[in-house]
Design a protein around this ligand. Structure first.
Ligand SMILES: Cc1cc2nc3c(=O)[nH]c(=O)nc-3n(C[C@H](O)[C@H](O)[C@H](O)COP(=O)(O)O)c2cc1C
Length: 206
């Protein structure tokens, strides 16, 4: 079992990266592998709604989106972490995830996910809510913790001082690992993952 995490900060080991590492360490204690995919500081395109999505994901292949999609095919669960910028998730993680989900949301169905938001002071729950929207529209069960999945820090490393924040990350990892084990046990017992009913999209009501 493997959890694929996404760090929406340009800093690999800033506060968001460290919070994800805390989740990863606990996942390993629970017997679950993890990988943290780093967005880094390179430019990330927005989705332009061109509808040219391919089997591999996005038609634009000059950033990490399609590499992430390839890894998502093999992953059993997900954690998306973001620093808070002006009370919302980083622009880069939204541009990235819009293209991942617009082209490949079916890869995520029936696999659990969790969002994490890190701030100096404010905007965490709004950012957490935004990232959770990807899960709700993609048939993804959401893992919870003992608080909303937030922690605080300004300069890189300060999140290590947020005792409750790190405990929230560890409890999130425990719950996510438990969900993954339950789903795997269900698969082994022959309980199929649910079928999805397809139909026309009704964009307005007459
Ligand atoms: C452009 C920008 C906007 C920010 N806006 C907020 C904000 O609205 N609220 C807040 O509490 N912190 C804000 N911060 C601080 C970061 O959320 C905080 O430093 C966080 O720990 C950075 O995470 P990182 O080290 O993973 O990049 C902002 C930082 C930047 C660079």
């Amino acid at each position: 079992m493997k959890v694929l995490m996404l760090n929406g900060s340009p800093k690999a080991r800033g506060n968001t990266g460290l919070a994800l590492e805390e989740i990863g360490k606990q996942l390993e204690r629970e017997g679950v592998e993890y990988e943290i995919f780093q967005l880094g500081g390179a430019p990330v395109r927005d989705c332009i709604g061109c509808g040219q999505c391919t089997e591999a994901g996005c038609v634009f292949d000059d950033d990490g989106v399609n590499a992430f999609i390839a890894k998502a095919k093999e992953a059993d669960g997900f954690v998306f972490g973001t620093p808070v910028y002006y009370a919302h998730p980083s622009g880069r993680i939204l541009s990235f995830l819009d293209r991942v989900f617009f082209s490949s949301s079916e890869l995520f169905a029936h696999k659990p996910g969790a969002a994490v938001a890190i701030a100096r002071r404010a905007g965490t729950t709004a950012s957490f809510d935004v990232l959770n929207k990807y899960f709700g529209i993609s048939e993804m069960p959401v893992a919870g913790s003992t608080y909303w999945n937030i922690a605080h820090g300004r300069r890189p490393g300060e999140v290590e001082l947020d005792e409750e924040g790190l405990r929230t990350m560890r409890n999130l990892a425990r719950n996510l690992a438990w969900m993954l084990k339950c789903f795997e046990a269900g698969d082994r017992a022959g309980i199929p993952r649910p079928e999805t009913e397809e139909g026309p999209a009704t964009n307005f009501i007459r």
